[in-house]
Design a protein around this ligand. Structure first.
Ligand SMILES: *Cc1c(COP(=O)(O)O)cnc(C)c1O
Length: 416
């Protein structure tokens, strides 16, 4: 017999509020004051952005990185530095933030969507390979929700077809693929420090340049600074190609220095909590936990499980509502729809009043293009994992899911 659900008038599982904490404190304030006392907030004259990048490079074990204004900007910069241009095709994920796609279209390249693994929610290398054409120039790999994509086969495909690999790590700080940090594996790694990510500078971003090649770094750096080439004492202002202004200011750099110090703890907490939830809910009929492949490390930007309604007596909506009534806020699904079903793609209109660059290609976007991705969004239940949660919060999340799952199980769960 299962316990009576809160939604049916039974006792609520979670009776305490979730743990919270302050993300910013005196460390950030001290860095900000120092930035202001420099009497300049320009990255090239001040020390904060330089320090932020140098700390980031140490943490990640990379030689070169570039600061930008956002995750979106970072991806655009990487694409620009990689030479992605008019009419090129770039393969990426249909479940992501639009920031993954904006730079592709601003380079007048064409996004092509690969299908996902149904349990890790990351790009399936077989689907990537199937989408390659003679125009394909790059893969933007999204490591969704802190979970690493399957990089080895992706790198192999990229090598075989001479493609650049750009990692979108906006949701995946200190995520490890077979012991290697995501963002250091492809040609470029792109991070976001917008206010909703593991760490925040309000807005901001970082691009790693993993070739370790100085020329590649200089090109990437210039692409974020209107093509000004400012390194050390040397400044070159001649313009050889088009580049936007995505410069980080000293204020973001200052906050970033303090935030980076907290990052290992934040990721450690999220990793442990997320994995604990998976242990606590695995084996329940009709529930697929957020799958992390063995040997990998997920830093859970959120937790997302999927339901198999054929094994449950409820719909996803009913499950989601029952879980919320137990005191666990959650969302049925993630983004409203796969990216390629956004009007921009269906109508092939990136720019107002134009079908460019889509009309360089005969590509069309329609329902059914990536069935696994569509199914993930139809079956997912998503909830927060936060570093400030307490052990008790995690136990309550597990208990609430188990209670709701037991109530709606078609066949009672075997003891586990
Ligand atoms: C947040 C996010 C971005 C964009 O980052 P911004 O800093 O908001 O521009 C890109 N890709 C993914 C997967 C994201 O989650």
């Amino acid at each position: 017999m299962s316990e009576k659900l809160a939604i049916l008038g039974g006792p609520k599982t979670k009776t305490t509020s979730f743990g919270t904490g302050k993300r910013f404190g005196l460390d950030e304030a001290k860095e900000l004051l120092e930035a202001l006392e420099q009497n300049t907030l320009f990255y090239h004259f001040g020390k904060k952005v330089k320090q932020f990048l140098s700390d980031f490079n140490d943490l990640y074990g990379v030689k070169y990185s570039v600061a930008t204004t956002s995750g979106t900007a970072s991806i655009h910069v990487a694409l620009g530095a990689a030479g992605i241009t008019v009419g090129d095709e770039v393969i990426t994920s249909p479940i992501t933030d639009q920031g993954t796609l904006i730079g592709i279209l601003y380079q007048n390249a064409i996004p092509v969507f690969a299908d996902l693994d149904p349990n890790t929610y990351n790009m399936d290398p077989k689907s990537i390979e199937a989408k390659i054409t003679p125009r394909t120039k790059a893969i933007v790999v999204v490591h969704l929700a802190g979970n690493p994509a399957d990089m080895d086969p992706i790198l192999e495909i990229a090598k075989k077809h001479n493609l650049k690999v750009i990692e979108d790590c906006a949701q995946s700080y200190l995520t490890k693929y077979k012991g290697r940090l995501c963002g250091t594996i492809g040609d470029y790694g792109c991070f976001s420090t917008n206010d909703f990510k593991h760490i925040s500078t309000g807005d901001g971003g970082i691009v790693t340049v993993n070739s370790g090649d100085e020329q590649d770094f200089l090109t990437t750096h210039a692409f974020a600074d209107k093509n000004f080439k400012r390194f050390g004492d040397q400044v070159q202002k001649d313009l050889h190609y088009l580049a936007p202004n995505y410069r980080m200011t000293e204020l973001q750099g200052a906050v970033g220095i303090a935030q980076l110090k907290k990052l290992p703890w934040i990721c450690e907490q999220r990793n442990q909590y997320g994995d604990r939830i998976t242990q606590g809910i695995s084996g329940l009929p009709g529930i697929q936990p957020h799958k992390v492949v063995e040997g990998n490390q997920c830093t859970y930007w959120f937790y997302m499980m999927t339901l198999d309604e054929s094994q449950l007596t409820c719909t996803r909506k009913e499950f989601s509502e029952a879980l919320a009534a137990e005191g666990i806020p959650n969302q049925a699904g993630y983004i409203a729809n796969v990216m390629y079903l956004q009007p921009m793609f269906v109508k092939r209109q990136a720019y107002l009043g134009s079908h460019f660059p889509f009309d360089l290609s005969d590509i069309s976007y329609s329902e059914g293009d990536c069935p696994n991705a569509e199914n993930i969004l139809k079956t997912a239940i998503r909830f927060s994992v936060n570093e400030f949660f307490t052990e008790r919060d995690i136990e309550d999340i597990i208990a609430a899911i188990r209670k709701v799952a037991a109530h709606f199980a078609k066949v009672p769960a075997s003891a586990n």
